[in-house]
Design a protein around this ligand. Structure first.
Ligand code: NAD
Length: 489
């Protein structure tokens, strides 16, 4: 089906690993091998970093208009190859080709286009001076060579957030995609090369995170790091990266608060989407539905009906709306959370256990569970499965306390028809984003997205202009403009 490139991309060449080792990529939907990738060695990582260092002056030396034209070409190539990329993405990730993978690839193309617009119009500043004979301006410079580390849940859009902004800002990049979704990465890397970016501006090394990812992040030739993954991974990266500038997008355990006056039909539709999209494997998935006790029963009934309308199935079947979970670790965690909650009195109204009669054991039906309490793992930890988990509250104070009762703070959502209540609660939620009358899962790619300080959801903001700002540094230029040399200093 696909003539995707083979090997890793280093210095513009598709190469095998130095050690010659290969790893299979297996589809969670079928259990079959869908590709093979090299397992990078420390020597490969070193070669990739050197290639990026050699290329960085070429990328940084392009005018922003030249870079913008190339970014637009990447977008056009992704659009042109959309079906081929989405096909591999659906196979290796497990999400439905028709309902989700094609859309993800289209959104990725839009991000490249957007980056072109952002960099063309990114302006510096002229600052006031305390001295008449000094002119002060600020300019944005690349940070240099970035390590980009990306997860498996959105193999096209998440790395694209770093790649398009990083190149727009003039950086060179070494990218370590998720071990289990490297095929999408190879497609994207080829689009970047074919768009005319200098050889070595983006390099791809493949293999396990603990070895390849860590060697990359720790490499002295890496100037800055952008990574999306679990809080544990982010913290491991921070330990080895030391004081290198970090942009970390980590886990979420996002609450949606439903107040007593909320529009219930809307709440049902949106919370079902928020809990079940991408089989719940989204950092801003609607992990905790906090509902006023007066609406609980009706909401649960609506969620059960919504769960019944989903179609669980293999990725490539056109009617599938929920694919399998991505891997066994995720499926076991979902099982453990539900089992523990049910044993402790929570009630499962739909789903609740793995589906049978599918090619792998990773198929998990949309699940609705009610009576979840804050001391249960399903409340405390990110579940990352197609689970609508409902907890009830009696007062506004209790709702806010429940929402903030988490070591993660990425996005929150709230539903009320009272704008004053919405503003008051939004101001008190410890989350980088608050969606009013929508679930935490609602997102527009150009808006600043990231974790609340003091929680474990990450550092910095991704999204359109904000990523370009994070992935560049300010240089201040102070020019003496007097007609005579200054008297002192
Ligand atoms: P993960 O943390 O297991 O892996 C992410 C990436 O890091 C992979 O490429 C992996 O190989 C690499 N890695 C693992 N250990 C490493 C190490 N010690 N050093 C360097 N790299 C290492 O995450 P995952 O299972 O692929 O993705 C799911 C997690 O990602 C969830 O917690 C989810 O919430 C989070 N996530 C966050 C966002 C966000 O924007 N905040 C978006 C998507 C996913």
């Amino acid at each position: 089906v696909s003539d995707r490139p083979q090997g890793m991309l280093i210095g513009g060449e598709w190469v095998p690993s130095d050690g010659g080792r290969l790893a299979e990529v297996r589809s969670p939907a079928t259990g079959e091998a869908v590709g093979e990738i090299p397992v990078a060695t420390p020597t490969d990582v070193d070669r990739a970093v050197r290639a990026a260092r050699a290329a960085q002056p070429d990328v940084g030396g392009l005018t922003v208009y030249e870079r913008a034209t190339m970014l637009e070409r990447v977008a056009a190539l992704i659009d042109e190859r959309r079906e081929e990329i989405a096909w591999d993405l659906a196979q290796e990730q497990g999400k439905p080709y028709q309902a989700e993978a094609l859309i993800e690839v289209a959104v990725a193309a839009d991000m490249w286009r957007d980056a072109a617009g952002i960099i063309r119009y990114l302006e510096g500043e002229v600052l006031p001076s305390t001295e008449r004979d000094r002119r002060i301006v600020t300019v944005r410079e690349p940070r240099g060579v970035y390590a980009v580390v990306s997860p498996w849940n959105f193999p096209a859009t998440i790395p694209t957030e770093y790649l398009c902004a990083g190149l727009a800002a003039g950086n060179a990049i070494v990218w370590k995609p998720a071990t289990s979704t490297p095929l999408t990465a190879l497609h994207l890397a080829r689009c970047i090369m074919d768009a005319g970016f200098p050889a070595g501006s983006v390099n791809v090394v493949t293999g396990p995170g603990g070895a390849v990812g860590e060697a990359l992040v720790a490499h002295p030739g890496i100037d800055a790091v952008g990574a999306t993954g679990s809080p544990e991974t982010g913290e491991a990266i921070a330990r080895v990266a030391g004081a290198k500038p970090l942009l970390l997008e980590l886990g979420g355990n996002c609450p949606a608060i439903v107040f007593a006056d909320a529009d219930l039909e809307r709440v049902i539709a949106r919370t079902a989407m928020g809990a079940f999209a991408n089989a719940g494997q989204i950092c801003d998935s609607t992990e905790r539905i906090l509902v006023h006790e007066s609406l609980r029963e009706d909401l649960v009934e609506g969620l059960v009906a919504a769960a019944g309308r989903e179609r669980l199935g293999p990725s490539l079947e056109p009617e599938t709306t929920i694919g399998p979970l991505h891997n066994e670790a995720t499926a076991s965690k979902v099982e453990r959370h539900l089992g523990e909650a049910a044993a402790r009195g929570a009630r499962i109204h739909a789903g609740g256990r793995r589906a049978e009669d599918f090619p792998t054991a990773l198929y998990f039906p949309p699940t609705v569970i009610d009576g979840v309490r804050p001391d249960m793992s399903i409340f405390r930890e990110e579940t990352f499965g197609p689970v609508a988990a409902v907890t009830s509250f009696d007062s506004v104070e209790e709702a806010v306390a429940l929402a903030n009762d988490s070591d993660l703070g990425l996005v929150a959502g709230l539903f009320t028809e009272d704008p004053g209540l919405a503003d008051d609660v939004a101001a008190r939620l410890q989350a980088g984003i608050v969606n009013i009358n929508d679930v935490p899962t609602y997102w527009q790619p150009h808006t600043p997205f990231g974790g609340w300080s003091g929680k474990r959801s990450g550092v910095g903001r991704l999204g359109g202009k904000y990523t370009v700002l994070e992935m560049s540094q300010i240089k201040t230029l102070v020019r003496y403009v007097g007609t005579r040399p200054p008297a002192t200093g």
